[in-house]
Design a protein around this ligand. Sequence first.
Ligand SMILES: NC(=O)c1ccc[n+]([C@@H]2O[C@H](COP(=O)([O-])OP(=O)(O)OC[C@H]3O[C@@H](n4cnc5c(N)ncnc54)[C@H](OP(=O)(O)O)[C@@H]3O)[C@@H](O)[C@H]2O)c1
Length: 273
Amino acid sequence: MFSNLRIAFIGGGNMAAALGAGLAGKLCPAEQIHIVDINEDIRARWQAQGSTAAASADESLRACNVWLYAVKPQVMAEVVQATRPWMAPDTLVISIAAGIPLARFEQWLAGAQAPRLVRCMPNTPALVGMGAAGLYAADSVPQAQRELAAAILAAVGTVTWVEQEEQLDAVTALSGSGPAYVFLLIEALIAGGERLGLKPEDAQALAIQTVRGAAQLAATSSETPAVLRQRVTSPGGTTAAALQVFEQRGLPAIVAEAMAAAARRAEELSQGA
Ligand SMILES: NC(=O)c1ccc[n+]([C@@H]2O[C@H](COP(=O)([O-])OP(=O)(O)OC[C@H]3O[C@@H](n4cnc5c(N)ncnc54)[C@H](OP(=O)(O)O)[C@@H]3O)[C@@H](O)[C@H]2O)c1
């Protein structure tokens, strides 16, 4: 628990709710979480858990030493500018918005005293406490606040720091968009199972548990994923027959090409395209 942590979520929707659920009681009590959200239902949900909430930025923000912006990118400029009057020189500002570079926040906060900015790329498994977030901090952010930002994101999964902000485009292409790649694989496994004669519900149960089990094995084993793959691949066996098709069809190259497309799109979006 951080006794002096008071965190404001500016935008209290899905991602904020996941973070709040992970934080509350672990890093700080729910009473030390403040929500700024235009949506009355969202505010009521947070208030029911003991947090305070307001429809717009106001004086309450002054008491919060961490501000985490979690509104959609389209409304971010307006929202950030509305909060600016209450910002202190040592406010830790965290953005989880996809595709908005820190330079944009610096423009919107011009006139506020030297905000300490951290940009984060989370992913949807954060909603079940299994997220993978990439973090980048501006040089001006002191070590203690970097650790605090990491602790906040670690409440819903793992945290990986990158040294250059542009690397968040690669994080977006890997873990940000990655859950969709895995869902696609699961869909393909289910369809393949059905084509081979399994009932749809059985194919789905087997596919999901296989992905979950393989990920858990990869996460807990001291071996690399490549070694684990080789271990389940006997020469001339069933797995070898399948992997040969993946290789022939160029699966690794397809994945690399898809990720390059995602990274390019992330870069375009961060440039306002
Ligand atoms: N969801 C993900 O998996 C994911 C992954 C990576 C990054 N992110 C980033 O996380 C951020 C939040 O995403 P989300 O999925 O949590 O969105 P969300 O559920 O729509 O939450 C945003 C909340 O902000 C409220 N809001 C809109 N305009 C506002 C304003 N002017 N002032 C205060 N509150 C306002 C919305 O209310 P209304 O609903 O009434 O508009 C909503 O309750 C986005 O920037 C997104 O890029 C999300």
